[in-house]
Design a protein around this ligand. Structure first.
Ligand SMILES: Cc1cc2nc3c(=O)[nH]c(=O)nc-3n(C[C@H](O)[C@H](O)[C@H](O)COP(=O)(O)OP(=O)(O)OC[C@H]3O[C@@H](n4cnc5c(N)ncnc54)[C@H](O)[C@@H]3O)c2cc1C
Length: 529
């Protein structure tokens, strides 16, 4: 703490921050700060000031000054999340926008690691690694055109590579974290900067402490991630199942085998309404409009358009479906894995359908974030849980029961919903319930989308009652999942991390928070910390 425990006036702090990060890296205009006060679902308080530092040392100096003056710190990547993790709680705060800290520092092809600054996007990292023929095991989120590595580590995100390699935390070797006093903590076998972590473990897992913390313990500045060879051959398969029971049995078999890199399941509503009803090809055409001028994205989308030529016919008559990607060392390896996957699906009564969806996802892994809106321009927000395969079906049934009990609320506000399941490693299934309702667009939703895309969608009046109803359903579903002992990623201020810990674990987490951030200024309130 500084000489004074009182907060200084913002003007004095802004001058001090400007001296560190430069006047061009300070945001004080009310409109932009108001946007920083919201995420894709929640509206919070605007920060007092935002900074856009471009070096780890600048972040450290800025955090030291801000915390000495009693300001809270809010780390932020792209702001493409919906668990209130980037929102201020009303106290004076400095938002640390990390996206200028985006260099890929080292690609080590001998010891198989990459060192990257935490403001880099998943796409920037993937583009940098591609020429080396290597990739990280987990290699990005669907939002990875803008979403950053650092926020992914703080939310322990899942998607590309997750069916085989788990969440992003499973790809981490080490971290450099800036703490609330401005000091830098390095995890890994050696603290020496010239000896990057080749292995995560030397005693207790200190890197793990910061993974999934929603930024409560510090601002991640650098990460060292494992590298593996890129696949020499990739295969795709998709199946439709006669019942939800058969679908759940098949995804568990596929999961336990560890053979797929990505495996997604959709309920009929999600597939027909979200993906196909407005025309699969139309969706892709819309994305093409959004992506104009973005070379590689544009090329990928054009390829996807060819794949999508089957259009509406694609999903006629399909029920619960699985969409899978396998990676192999060569074509024989990929074919062999695909053969096993097909056997698992047919043994549960699955019928093979065209594998357009996984091909589109791999062709355009980082599209513009068009799915922020539903196909009819509705607002969208998901809520998820992670469970073992054995409890997947029961979770889907309890969601049905909960939604039936709330049918009046759902009908009253015209809320629609669809379910996605996905594999995370060999023993976990993630269930995501996607909710849609008609509402006014917010600046947080439209920020990364071009007018040509937005103008083609219907617009709606502000609908705070429907938004509140969706919030109630989300919290209610989170309670349903908690009763089942579910785990969560993207904790933010939504999921009850502390409440679901035993008393000793709660006390441990609180004392760690106090040790790292004695005044409780680092993203206060996330994770209940
Ligand atoms: C179109 C779309 C697709 C998506 N696809 C996926 C998906 O495939 N998989 C998935 O898991 N999620 C997905 N998401 C959810 C979301 O994008 C991810 O959670 C993503 O990681 C958010 O990234 P961001 O940079 O926008 O994070 P932000 O919203 O900026 O931050 C998220 C959290 O991380 C913290 N944080 C940010 N940077 C740092 C840092 N350097 N140090 C410490 N804490 C930090 C913030 O304080 C906050 O708590 C998707 C969202 C959208 C809109």
């Amino acid at each position: 703490m500084s000489a004074s425990s009182e907060r200084s006036d913002p003007g004095k702090l802004i001058d001090a921050l400007a001296a560190i990060v430069g006047p061009d890296a300070i945001v004080t205009d009310a409109e932009t700060l108001a946007t920083y006060g919201m995420d894709l679902f929640y509206q919070g308080a605007a920060p007092t000031v935002a900074i856009e530092p471009a070096s780890v040392d600048d972040i450290a100096s800025a955090i030291q000054v801000a915390c000495e003056e009693g300001f809270a710190i809010i780390p932020r990547g792209a702001g493409l999340s919906y668990s209130a993790g980037t929102l201020g709680d009303g106290r004076p705060s400095v938002l640390v926008e990390t996206r200028r800290l985006n260099r890929v520092l080292e690609i080590n092809t001998e010891d198989l690691y990459v060192r990257v600054e935490c403001g880099a996007t998943w796409k920037q990292l993937d583009d940098a690694l591609r020429p080396s023929g290597l990739r990280t095991p987990f290699w990005g989120t669907g939002s990875g055109l803008h979403a950053t590595v650092g926020s992914g580590l703080s939310y322990n995100v899942v998607n590309y590579g997750s069916a085989r390699y788990g969440a992003v935390a499973d790809s981490v070797l080490g971290l450099t974290v800036v703490l609330a006093d401005g000091s830098q903590l390095r995890t890994g076998p050696s603290p020496a900067p010239d000896q990057p972590p080749f292995n995560r473990y030397y005693g207790p897992d200190l890197a793990g402490l910061f993974l999934g913390d929603s930024g409560a313990f510090g601002v991640k500045a650098e990460a060292v991630l494992r590298l593996i060879p890129r696949a020499a051959a990739t295969g795709y398969a998709a199946f439709s199942f006669p019942s939800r029971e058969a679908f759940a049995a098949a995804i568990a078999k596929v999961g336990r085998s560890g053979l797929t890199s990505e495996c997604f399941g959709f309920d009929p509503y999600f597939l027909s309404e979200r993906i196909v009803s407005t025309g699969f090809a139309d969706d892709v055409r819309k994305l093409l409009g959004v992506a104009s001028g973005q070379g590689s994205v544009l090329k990928g989308l054009k390829e996807a358009l060819v794949v999508a030529a089957a259009g509406r016919r694609y999903a006629e008559g399909v029920g619960y479906t699985l969409h899978m990607t396998v990676d192999g060392r060569d074509a024989k390896d990929a074919d062999s894995a695909l053969g096993h996957v097909r056997d698992f699906c047919t043994s549960e009564g699955g019928e093979e359908i065209e594998a357009s969806i996984p091909k589109i996802m791999r062709g355009t892994p980082f599209p513009p974030p068009a799915m922020i809106f539903g196909p009819k321009g509705e607002s969208w927000v998901p809520v998820h849980c992670m469970l073992p395969h054995s409890r997947h079906l029961a979770a889907l049934e309890s969601v049905d029961r909960y939604m039936d009990e709330h049918a009046a609320l759902i009908d009253q506000h015209g809320i629609t919903w669809g379910q996605v399941s996905m594999l995370i490693g060999q023993n976990t299934t993630l269930v995501e319930i996607n909710l849609y309702w008609q509402d006014e667009r917010t600046a947080a939703q439209t920020r990364y989308l071009e007018d040509s895309f937005l103008n083609a969608l219907p617009v709606y009046d502000a609908n705070p009652a429907a938004r509140a109803a969706v919030g109630e359903l989300r919290r209610g579903l989170a309670d349903v999942f908690a009763e089942q002992g579910a785990a969560h990623i993207q904790i933010g201020r939504l999921f009850p991390l502390m409440e679901s810990r035993d008393p000793r674990s709660q006390a441990l987490l609180k004392s760690i928070k106090h040790q790292l951030d004695p005044r409780g200024l680092m993203n206060p309130g996330v994770g209940g910390l």
